[in-house]
Design a protein around this ligand. Structure first.
Ligand SMILES: CC(C)(COP(=O)(O)OP(=O)(O)OC[C@H]1O[C@@H](n2cnc3c(N)ncnc32)[C@H](O)[C@@H]1OP(=O)(O)O)[C@@H](O)C(=O)NCCC(=O)NCCS
Length: 170
């Protein structure tokens, strides 16, 4: 079954929520203390899209098997050419190229929006995400020890960055 990457709609919120909550409850991919609810995921999709940012889903047949997005890196005007991404794949479908397909599509969208740099903030122990971003040209630019915690332990944050194709002037 072929993989399709398309813009998300609010009807995708439930499947996006399930993928997100698996990571929120079981992993240190996202440093929250519990699951999100459907209203907050719907509000997140709406807010991203109203701000002109993409929310993408990867589908196989009728199933959403991953999602990805980017938004402002930091909420100050001077960061307007830089975005921060997020990519999540249903854990039953890992290592099948879905994360790469989503991230490549995000990079295309960011280039089309004339963005200059894309950042990923990643738990230092998240080998999958570090490997995925490295495979598409992101490089580690910062490593911050013990700036987070979850499951009763300190977490280190790695920032990876990719310079985009745009020649936008600062
Ligand atoms: C990180 C994540 C999105 C990767 O998605 P995926 O669909 O499994 O990744 P892909 O199959 O597209 O892998 C692309 C490349 O990334 C690298 N990669 C992926 N998983 C990896 C792993 N566990 N260890 C090392 N490298 C890995 C490899 O270079 C891989 O290419 P290859 O399979 O040809 O060797 C997925 O593991 C995930 O959803 N994890 C939980 C949520 C998460 O951590 N999100 C990122 C938050 S920063």
């Amino acid at each position: 079954m072929s993989l399709i990457v398309r813009d998300a709609t609010l009807e995708d919120a439930e499947e996006i929520l399930a993928i997100y909550n698996y990571a929120a409850i079981n992993t240190t991919a996202v440093w929250t203390d519990g699951p999100a609810d459907l209203d907050s995921r719907r509000a997140w999709i709406r807010a991203r899209q109203e701000a002109g940012y993409p929310v993408l889903v990867a589908t196989k047949g009728r199933d959403v098997v991953g999602f990805a997005s980017f938004g402002d890196f930091r909420p100050f005007p001077g960061y307007r050419h830089t975005v921060e991404n997020s990519v999540y794949v249903d854990e039953r479908h890992h290592r099948l190229g879905i994360g790469r397909g989503l991230l490549a599509a995000l990079i295309d969208r960011a280039n089309a929006m004339n963005k200059h740099a894309m950042i990923a903030g990643i738990d230092a122990a998240n080998a999958g995400s570090i490997g995925l971003h490295g495979s598409l040209g992101f490089v580690e630019v910062a490593r911050m020890p013990e700036v987070g915690c979850k499951f009763g332990r300190w977490l280190d944050l790695v920032f990876m960055q990719k310079r985009l194709a745009s020649e936008v002037r600062p």
